[in-house]
Design a protein around this ligand. Sequence first.
Ligand code: HGY
Ligand code: MN
Ligand code: MN
Length: 421
Amino acid sequence: MTHSYDTTSALRAAEHVDPARLLDSIDALATIGARADGGVDRPALSALDIDARRGLIERAQALGCTVSTDACANLFFRRPGNEDLPPVMTGSHIDTQPTGGRLDGAYGVLAGFECLAALADAGVRTRRPLEVAIWTNEEGSRFQPGAMGSSSFVDPARLAGYRSVRDAAGVTFGATLDAHRAAFPSLDTRASGAVHAFIELHIEQGPLLELADTPLGVVTGIQGVRWHSIRCTGAAAHAGTTPMRVRRDAMTLAVHVRGAIETFALELGGDAARITFGSWRVEPNSINTIPSAVTFTVDFRHPDPAVLASFDAALADCIAQHRTDVHLEPLFEHPPVHFAESAIERVRAACVALGARSQPIVSGAFHDALHLAKHCPTAMIFVPSRGGISHNPLEATDDVHLVSGTRALAHCLVELCNEAR
Ligand code: HGY
Ligand code: MN
Ligand code: MN
């Protein structure tokens, strides 16, 4: 039987996106890990994450999809195509920040589900299979680095090192992977193999689209990132009896090192620099004991690889000046990524086909697309974030934008699914 694949099926799929079904699915997922302030706290591979995964597995099965997983607990929901060719993939993550919002990651996964449902409603059969993925531990908040699922999908050799990473309670990532496997013992293991293209829909998490009053972002790439943990050591002593001149206060040293890093990061990176010292641990963390050790994290982002290299050199110099009292542990680094023009063009064409205004944008946040871009033609679609707020319970996007982003995703995916090569 010959099949015709014309652009009308992409338009029909987009038209069958059901706003109420999409928005209801976002509300439903947000109840798992809901915070009293309207945000979501659903740590990677926590019992809450497992709960959320269970519900989405059941929904995928009800949609007629096959469900599979892999050694890093990524989940894959596959809608068959007419031909057994490499699939087109979409998806994102459902783990959140501790004071996260209801859209970061979840929106991309649920929009993927909405596309599966819209294709079924429209009676569209595509040439290629369509897969929606849930990538494990994108945030990197519980286990560093971030994007463990997507990076080990692209480069399986990374997983061995990830398994021994511990969270703040001392639980290893490997133990949570084993618990995930035990929670879903009958899931098939996804056969590795080529992916035709990957498109990720995500909230912008910044202010640019809203400031430009543009409903859709055609994401052309992602800026570079450096994550480090820095441990400063001193000597515990009594807060009341120890004279200031003889102290070795680890917090005094940490505050000094933090200040030096912030100064050279901003000098090197200018307005485009993003430097954050977000996580701190003080030992023994007692009001009346001088800190013996302070460990803090550094998150540096910049679009220019030369600035990232200069930052690396300046950081090494800074640490070397303190010889034995300051120890640096690199956690994650990735150069800036530029997406494949062919995938970007599909996104741009979808926005035009749907009559939606769009603009090119480089992502300030990293996403699973950062790694998929090494594996297959990859691009992203952004929708505006109200006030540019994210990683915050106030994270929000207008419903009309959530729907138009999903329609653009549906159009783009069907066009890619119908590509012969
Ligand atoms: O940190 C990031 O850019 C992403 O939100 N995890
Ligand atoms: Mn995200
Ligand atoms: Mn995030």
